[in-house]
Design a protein around this ligand. Structure first.
Ligand code: MLT
Length: 409
C-alpha cells in the first residue's frame, strides 16, 4: 500500500473558504427564502473591463485561424505581457524580463514557491494572514503539529492586532522564510515604506527570504505605502513578490498572476554554496506549468492600455466606495473597524469579543450575511471578523443597514 503524506493529517479541518461556503450552503438549503448577502470570500462581482473582453475576443479569433493560432507558449509568459508588467509596475526598478514569471494566479504561486526551499527552513507568518502560506507549509512538513492554542509547532507567528497597530514585530529568533502580505489580507492594513525597510534590513542581516504578497497593491491610496517591495532597493537581494490580476482587474475566474524573482536573490545549498533562486523557480515553472492561456494573457495585457487603465481605475473606485460605506457605516454604529483605506477588506472587532465563528453563525442566522471569521486567518484573528467590499453596491448598503439595525455592538 502506498504511504500517504502524513503532513496532510496535521491540517486543521478544511480550507477556510470551503468551510464558510459549506455553512452558507447549509443555511440556504434550510432557509431557501432567505436573501443571503455574501461579503465573505474576496471574490469580485463586476464584469471584466471592456478592454480585456475586447482583447480576449480578438485572441479567440486568432485561435480560429491556422496562421494566427497559438499552441504552447513560453511557460514564463509571453513577452508582450511581461514587458508591459515591467514598464507599468516596475519602471526604473531594474527588474528584467527573465525575473517575471506569469502564472495562473497568486494563490498557486504562494503555495508552490515553497517547493524550491528545503523542508527544514523555518518560517514566520504574520498572524492573522491569508491561510495559504501556512497550510502549504504544513503540507510540506515544515511545521510540527497543531497545538491547543491554535498554533503549529515550529512556526513563528508575528502578531498583528489593534494593540500594535497591525505592524508585526521583527522575530526574536532568526527565521529563514518570512511571509508578508501588504496590503494585508485579512486586516486591510499596510506597512509604510519605512516599516517595510526594517524587514528588508532584517532579512539581509539574517540571510532570510521575504515572500511578499502584493495581490492587493492596486487598492493602495496612501502615499507612504510602497506599491512593490522593490521600491526598497536592497529588496532585490532578499525578496520574491507575488502579484495578481484577480483583485486588480477582476480575473478571479480567468486566472492570471505573476511572480517577480530577481536573479540576485540567493539561498544556501547543502554543500554550503550560495545559489540563485531564479533558475530553480524557472526549472520548477517550466517543468510543472505549461503557461497561462494565450487568450487570458492578451486580456491581462489590455489592462495596461489607456482604456484598460481607466476601466480598472473605475472598478477599483467602485469597490473602494463600498469599503468606505462599510467602514463608515459600521463605525457610526459603534463598531471598531480597520482597513478599507488601502485594501478592499474591513476588519472589525466582534461585539463583546464574541468568538469569530460564533459571530459568523450569528450574522448568517440573524441577518443573513456571510463574512469570514477572523480566527480562520490565525489565532490573533480571534475576536475579529472580515467583510469584503467586492459586493454589489445595493447589497453592500443593505448589508450595512442590516448589521446596524439588528446587532448591538
Ligand atoms: C480571500 O477571500 O481571502 C481571497 O479571495 C482568497 C483568494 O484570493 O484566494
Amino acid at each position: 500500500m502506498a504511504n500517504i503524506n502524513d503532513n496532510y493529517l496535521k491540517l486543521a479541518g478544511s480550507y477556510l473558504f470551503r468551510e464558510t461556503a459549506r455553512r452558507r450552503a447549509a443555511f440556504i438549503e434550510a432557509h431557501p427564502e432567505a436573501d443571503v448577502i455574501s461579503l465573505g470570500i474576496g471574490d469580485v462581482t463586476l464584469p471584466l473591463p471592456q478592454a480585456c473582453i475586447q482583447a480576449m475576443h480578438k485572441a479567440v479569433d486568432e485561435m480560429a485561424s491556422a496562421d494566427t493560432f497559438r499552441g504552447y507558449g513560453p511557460e514564463q509568459g509571453y513577452s508582450f505581457l511581461v514587458d508591459k508588467i515591467i514598464e507599468n509596475n516596475y519602471k526604473g526598478l531594474g527588474i528584467e524580463s527573465d525575473e517575471v514569471f506569469v502564472s495562473d494566479g497568486a494563490k498557486s504561486d504562494c503555495g508552490n514557491i515553497q517547493e524550491i526551499f528545503s523542508t527544514d527552513n523555518t518560517i514566520a507568518i504574520t498572524d492573522p494572514v491569508y491561510p495559504v502560506y501556512l497550510d502549504t507549509n504544513v503540507m510540506a512538513g515544515r511545521t510540527g503539529t497543531l497545538q491547543p492554542d491554535g498554533r503549529y509547532q515550529g512556526v513563528t507567528y508575528l502578531a498583528c492586532n489593534a494593540e500594535n497597530n497591525f505592524c508585526p514585530e521583527l522575530p526574536e529568533k532568526p527565521v529563514d522564510l518570512i511571509y508578508l502580505c501588504c496590503p494585508n489580507n485579512p486586516t486591510g492594513t499596510t506597512l509604510t515604506r519605512e516599516q517595510l525597510k526594517k524587514w528588508v534590513d532584517y532579512a539581509l542581516e539574517h540571510d532570510s527570504i521575504i515572500l511578499f504578497d502584493a495581490a492587493y497593491n492596486a487598492y493602495i491610496t496612501e502615499e507612504d505605502v510602497p506599491r512593490t517591495i522593490f521600491e526598497i532597493p536592497e529588496a532585490k537581494n532578499c525578496a520574491i513578490e507575488f502579484r495578481s490580476f484577480s483583485k486588480t482587474a477582476g480575473f478571479t475566474g480567468t486566472r492570471c498572476g505573476y511572480i517577480v524573482l530577481p536573479k540576485t536573490v540567493t539561498g544556501k545549498a547543502a554543500d554550503g554554496s550560495r545559489q540563485a533562486l531564479n533558475p530553480l523557480w524557472n526549472r520548477r515553472h517550466t517543468t510543472k506549468f505549461n503557461g497561462t492561456a494565450y487568450i487570458i494573457q492578451r486580456g491581462a495585457e489590455a489592462i495596461f492600455t489607456p482604456e484598460g487603465k481607466t476601466q480598472v481605475k473605475e472598478m477599483i473606485g467602485y469597490y473602494m466606495e463600498n469599503a468606505r460605506i462599510i467602514r463608515e457605516g459600521l463605525t457610526a454604529a459603534g463598531v471598531t473597524a480597520f482597513g478599507g483605506i488601502n485594501a478592499p477588506y474591513i476588519w472589525l472587532k466582534t461585539p463583546d469579543s464574541m468568538p469569530s465563528w460564533d459571530f459568523f453563525d450569528k450574522l448568517l442566522n440573524d441577518v443573513h450575511i456571510v463574512g469570514t471569521p477572523g480566527a480562520g486567518f490565525g489565532p490573533c484573528g480571534e475576536g475579529y471578523f472580515r467583510l469584503t467590499s467586492f459586493g454589489n453596491r445595493e447589497k453592500t448598503i443593505e448589508a450595512v443597514d442590516r448589521i446596524k439595525n439588528s446587532l448591538k455592538f
